[in-house]
Unconditional design. Structure first.
Lengths: 306, 342
């Protein structure tokens, strides 16, 4: 990244932090959740993947503020006696990992395609734009549901469970590349017409060099904004797929799996197994979405809705 | 995945030769897409299912297998099988369901009214709320109400649809005990159509799922209405109408809203894929006996013909909705026919 645009981004971020206290709260909340999730193996009281460490006698204990709670299990336990706090910490870790990796794949496919389409133009451009249009109109979630449902029907539920993380990352990653491609394409188009790019070309810089040194650094802002909203979308998609039983298995629960596993219990009055992971998920998503909106305003005024 | 922004071409109809030619071209495209979907369904069927094992089990002598393979038409090269599949599909025969032992198309179609009524009720709620809310946010952007609506819509897009359903069930079914949590309740048959709209019990069962499904589309549509209205309010003709003394309400509703609806129809048509996914999630939470619920049952029990039939049905809905959205845009926008005469 060139020093110039790095400074601009840093300055925008600073004014953004000062102007918007709400987004600061979101940033702090997200950072706390992310750190706790990353440190899950260090701070979680129990390993929620180790079925042998549960005791059925501890099943269905309520969180600490309700009568009948057990101080060993701050947020209570599920029907297998799994400590809910540990499960949520590990589950958030998996959800965030899948979300970030899926967006990395989207970016790795979408940004180069968008750059090439916007830079070369012509037929290449219309081809990329057309494919992106068609794929976007199909909706990621239904593509992902159908893809994973077919894997499940073909390989069986167990195999799907074992391959869940790479499969989810791949499916969500491949299904959403067009968003990055579109953003990169539009920004490249605008940037490519500017004098500094034309000057670089006139001075004999190679195409790859122009893209790397003159275009990419200048289109980072909109890409960062898109990445934020995409991460929220990817986390939500993972949760939905796991809730449908097409994602992570209960032996390796993500937030969506936990919500699914606790769902039947709400009729027995055991609401915390589904509600607490649900609240965590909503907390992460609200924080990411608020940050995304704020980043959009700070980094890229052109994208603002009004 | 992301229901938070509009997608698709702004106005796909700009370079038209004539409206009729346009409709013809769209219909031809629709047929092509359906053909492609049927080929995909055929491929999925071939890759997933071994119908022999399903029908006969493992321990059957090879001679009997060969005989059945011949009877099912599985001993001919695949292009012939594909041609047969397409031929049967064109006549509405997409195979037999392993679970239900009936024509898969009949099984899927029997579940269609449930899904359709759910989507219809949810769309009504979305329409009734998003239009006034979106218009309010556009005409009074600084008011407390507008800020509140937009703030809530950020939270709204952050709550997954299945979680909304669970929360509503916890409150209204488990805690308060006001509304049922599962199924369609009492239904009435009108010909082949099984409706839950004509009984009180059916309507009660519909309420929570419909509110749940609408909750996920609402934030998007409020933002869309607001955006489209803002675009219109900035145009010259709106300012001219105001300057000529038309009342504010008349300008908002008669001038701005009318033209704001046009891009909305196109975008709403592109939301069908998302709507299908969200309907599937809602049906799962409420065990609503619709097409999505059926699909997941087919997936867990590896009923391959039923899975492929669902794919074809979804593809068909998708194509029909998109084509209809384009045709409605054409009908709504007088400029298009003018361009056609040029």
């Amino acid at each position: 990244m060139s020093g110039e645009s790095a400074r601009t981004v840093a300055a925008s971020l600073r004014s953004f932090a000062l102007d918007r206290p709400g987004s600061m709260v979101a940033a702090v909340l997200l950072a706390t959740i992310a750190l706790a999730a990353l440190a899950a193996p260090l701070i979680a009281p129990q390993n929620p993947f180790d079925l042998a460490s549960f005791d059925v006698l501890d099943a269905d204990l309520p969180p600490f503020w309700l009568a009948g709670s057990d101080p060993r299990f701050l947020l209570g336990t599920d029907s297998q006696g799994r400590d809910l706090l540990s499960a949520i910490l590990y589950g958030t870790r998996i959800s965030l990992t899948v979300g970030v990796l899926a967006v990395a794949i989207q970016a790795a496919i979408g940004i180069p395609l968008g750059l090439i389409a916007g830079y070369v133009g012509g037929r290449v451009d219309s081809l990329v734009a057309r494919v992106a249009d068609v794929q976007l109109s199909l909706s990621t979630l239904i593509i992902a549901i159908i893809a994973l449902a077919l894997v499940r029907a073909g390989l069986g539920g167990e195999a799907l469970g074992r391959l869940a993380v790479p499969l989810l990352v791949l499916v969500i990653g491949i299904a959403e590349w067009p968003t990055f491609a579109r953003t990169a394409r539009a920004a490249t188009f605008a940037e490519g017409a500017k004098d500094h790019v034309r000057a670089a070309k006139a001075l004999g810089a190679s195409n790859a060099g122009v893209i790397r040194r003159h275009i990419l650094p200048n289109i980072l802002s909109p890409l960062i904004v898109v990445a934020t909203t995409q991460i929220a979308g990817a986390i939500m998609a993972e949760a939905a797929l796991s809730f449908l039983g097409l994602g992570l298995p209960i032996t390796q629960p993500s937030l969506g799996t936990l919500i699914r596993s606790g769902y039947d219990l709400i009729f027995a009055g055991i609401w915390w197994v589904t509600v607490l992971p649900g609240l965590t998920l909503v907390g992460v998503l609200v924080a990411v979405n608020v940050l995304g909106d704020a980043l959009r305003d700070a980094l890229d005024p052109r994208l603002t809705l009004s | 995945m992301t229901a938070d922004r509009p997608r698709g071409p702004g106005n796909p109809l700009q370079a038209l030769d004539a409206p009729l030619a346009f409709i013809g071209r769209r219909a031809a495209e629709a047929v092509l897409v359906m053909l492609a979907i049927a080929v995909i369904a055929f491929a999925v069927k071939g890759a997933l299912g071994d119908p022999l094992r399903e029908i006969m089990g493992e321990a059957v002598p090879e001679t009997q297998r060969a005989e059945l393979r011949h009877r099912l038409g599985l001993d001919v090269p695949w292009p012939t099988q594909l041609a047969r599949y397409l031929g049967h599909a064109a006549q509405g025969d997409l195979g037999q369901s392993y679970i239900y032992k009936r024509s898969t198309l009949e099984v899927v179609l029997a579940k269609f009214p449930a899904s359709f009524e759910l989507v219809l009720a949810a769309s009504l709620i979305v329409l009734l709320i998003s239009l006034p809310a979106g218009i309010h946010c556009a005409v009074k952007p600084r008011s407390l109400g507008a800020r509140l609506i937009l703030g809530l819509s950020v939270i709204g897009i952050s709550v997954p649809v299945f979680l909304t359903g669970i929360i509503l069930i916890s409150i209204f079914s488990v805690w308060l005990g006001w509304l049922p949590a599962f199924g369609r309740g009492e239904t009435v048959h009108i010909g082949f159509w099984e409706t839950g709209l004509l009984t009180l019990d059916g309507l009660k069962h519909l309420l929570l799922p419909a509110v749940t499904l609408s909750s996920i589309m609402l934030p998007l549509f409020i933002r869309l209405v607001r955006g489209a209205m803002l675009d219109q309010l900035g145009t010259d003709y709106v300012r001219t109408a105001r300057a000529k003394g038309a009342s504010r309400l008349r300008v908002w509703l008669h001038h701005a809203l009318r033209n704001a609806l046009l891009p909305l129809v196109a975008i709403a048509g592109l939301q069908i894929g998302n709507m299908l996914a969200f309907t599937l999630l809602t049906e799962t939470v409420f065990q609503w006996p619709g097409m999505g619920f059926l699909f997941l049952e087919a997936v867990t029990r590896a009923d391959v013909p039923l899975i492929t039939t669902y794919l074809v049905a979804v593809g068909f809905l998708f194509v029909v909705t998109n084509t209809l959205a384009d045709v409605v845009s054409l009908w709504l926008d007088p400029r298009i026919s003018l361009e056609g005469r040029r």
